[in-house]
Design a protein around this ligand. Structure first.
Ligand SMILES: NC(=O)C[C@H](N)C(=O)O
Length: 590
């Protein structure tokens, strides 16, 4: 039995995994001594062979085994007397083995290796057929083998970083008194009013079912219905006759039973005779009353509107979940399904004093800065003047939790990713109004900078504009605020100039827009006319208007694109590679 074993010499022990009889490779290799102090201990490990080779004329084999608990592989040595080596060496083979940890001979790169005494289980691989046989494969190639890509160094590192950032997000909000609200995935309101929603309906599958059924069992004809009606009539008359003849109770109830059966049959025949192929229509339009929810429903584009109902009741809330946009975007920064962190705070407004709040030379050095989700919150707190509530801890969350993965990213994808995290943590963010941003872009154009998209006041900034501001002009995160109301959503608070809204976007190097937020319009009359002005129907937003009719409160919130934060942290170029199962036009594998 392999369990925790004490090493008397060093006092160190290797921890057994809580839910299996193995130890994770992480517990061996990520110790400060690299595992040296564990020599002599007996352990069981399980994992997948990254590379394997037979040595010494087939007398033993070296296997590099990885179990996903850390980026590093454990070197495993198996003698030919212990197992069939040919079965163990192909890349992708799964092995569960038991043996003794040993210090390898001087001069080798490993600090500790496992000498196998017993092979417990093998999940074999036919190398000629294994879809990801080589170790260096492009990320594009891996997108076509989505079920195997977690076995690669990059995708497993991304998974660990993603996990750490999700943990950081919840930790930050939990430690700062926010309630996590599970907003619905299926919704009947279009938060952004942009009509980019995926519809949720059973009308199509129901119609297909009916069509198939009607082919198999053709619907009853009018004559069938008449015949069934006739049977009911006859059975009814039979009952009446028996009753008038004062027949026995038994005879009457038998006859009533037959009548009931005939009536049931008629109901069925009538029901089936109404079945029509195709989507149900009424007055020339699709009849959503017959849909699953008896109305049109969609996948959410944002949890904001619903989370506002909780902000307007329990004050500090956040939601963190998947959101969906049916936007035909083929860029490296858009997904049809992505995760968003959305805090919402009541009793908060865009303070006139925020200048002074931001100008304070606060140099944060806390773990939460490493999670950019949290960076957003800190920004939020800074912008809205809650600076005294900033958390203070001594190290970077991501560098604390996943230093080895971050080093892997720095080595293979983006040399500057770790420095970028540090920079964001220690630099005061630039803060400019939209009008100033447009002026700066126009200035750049004058000086010869070429943009594909025309620059003028009133445009929605394109990603090339955003990246110019954050990467070239300021070379640090930039908060752009007070956007023209014409390009922003109906719920944003109209500023006194009546031309702009109290919105802010946070632009960061590498990704451009990371966060979009705003103060919400709390004035009933203003928001009602904004909805109308934008040509949106009032009826679906009546409940939202109620929040302003009854006990309205100033409140603010933002949405942070979780995958964009991972792009920012890792330096990976394409957003499709930082979500486990990317969905984009033309693709929804698994
Ligand atoms: N919660 C937010 O402010 C995010 C916003 N609803 C968006 O989707 O951009």
């Amino acid at each position: 039995m392999v369990s925790t074993v004490n090493d008397a010499a060093s006092g160190s022990k290797v921890e057994k995994h809580a839910f299996s009889d193995r130890v994770t490779i992480r517990t061996i290799l990520t110790r400060p001594d690299g595992g040296v102090g564990l020599a002599g201990q007996r352990v069981r490990v399980g994992g997948w062979v990254k590379t394997g080779r037979e040595q010494g004329k087939g007398s033993f084999a070296f296997l590099e085994v990885n179990d996903g608990s850390c980026p590093a592989n454990l070197q495993v040595i198996v003698d030919a007397s212990v197992a069939d080596l040919g079965q163990l060496v192909p890349t992708g083979t799964c092995v569960s083995v038991e043996g003794l940890l040993k210090n390898p001979p001087e001069g080798t790169k490993q600090k500790i290796e496992l000498r196998v005494e017993k092979v417990i289980d093998v999940g074999t691989v036919d190398p000629a057929k294994y879809p990801i046989p080589k170790t260096k494969l492009t990320l594009e190639f891996l997108r076509d083998r989505i079920h195997f890509r977690p076995r690669t160094n990059t995708i497993s590192a991304v998974a660990r970083i993603r996990n750490a950032l999700a943990y950081a997000t919840h930790t930050f909000f939990q430690e700062n008194g926010f309630l996590y609200i599970h907003t619905p995935i299926i919704t009947t309101s279009d938060c952004e009013g942009a009509g980019e929603m995926f519809q949720v309906t059973t009308l199509i599958s129901e119609a297909e079912k009916i069509e198939k059924d009607l082919i198999k069992n053709p619907p009853p004809t009018e004559a069938d219905v008449e015949a069934a009606k006739l049977v009911v009539k006859e059975k009814g008359e039979a009952v009446a006759k028996l009753k008038s003849e004062k027949a026995s109770k038994e005879a009457i109830s038998a006859s009533v039973a037959e009548l009931t059966k005939a009536k049931e049959n008629l109901a069925k025949v009538e029901e089936r005779s109404k079945l029509k192929p195709g989507i149900p229509q009424k007055d020339g339009k699709i009849d959503y009353l017959q849909d699953f929810f008896a109305r049109q429903a969609f996948l959410t584009v944002s949890g904001q509107l619903q989370v506002e109902t909780y902000a307007c009741a329990v004050s500090n809330v956040y939601t963190f979940g998947p959101t969906f946009r049916a936007e035909n975007s083929h860029t490296s920064r858009h997904l049809a399904e992505f995760w968003m962190v959305e805090p919402e705070i009541a009793f908060a407004d865009l303070k006139d004093t925020y200048n002074s709040v931001l100008d304070e030379s606060y140099t944060p050095n806390d773990s939460f800065w490493a999670s950019i989700a949290v960076m957003g919150s800190i920004l939020f707190l800074r912008i809205w003047g809650f600076k005294d509530k900033l958390p203070f801890v001594s190290s970077f969350w991501l560098l604390d939790k996943c230093l080895d993965d971050m080093e892997f990213m720095a080595k293979n994808y983006d040399k500057s990713c770790i420095d970028r995290l540090r920079m964001v943590a220690s630099t005061a963010f630039e803060r400019i109004s939209y009008t100033e941003a447009v002026d700066l872009l126009l200035e750049a154009v004058k000086e010869g900078k070429k943009f594909e998209n025309n620059v003028e006041w009133g445009i929605d900034l394109a990603s090339e504009h955003e990246r110019y501001l954050t990467e070239v002009k300021f070379q640090k995160p930039v908060i752009v605020y007070n956007y023209p109301k014409g390009i922003k959503a109906f719920y944003m608070r109209v500023n006194d100039d009546l031309k702009t809204v109290a919105a802010m976007d946070v632009l960061v190097p590498k990704v451009g827009e990371l966060i979009g937020g705003s103060q919400r319009e709390e004035r009933y009359d203003v928001i009602k006319s904004r909805i109308e002005e934008m040509g949106l129907p009032l009826e679906p937003y009546e409940w939202y208007l109620d929040l302003r009719r009854f006990g309205t409160v100033k409140h603010c919130g933002f949405g942070l694109g979780f995958e964009r934060m991972i792009l920012f942290a890792t330096g990976i170029d394409n957003i499709r590679d930082v979500i486990p199962f990317p969905r984009y036009p033309g693709r929804a594998d698994l």
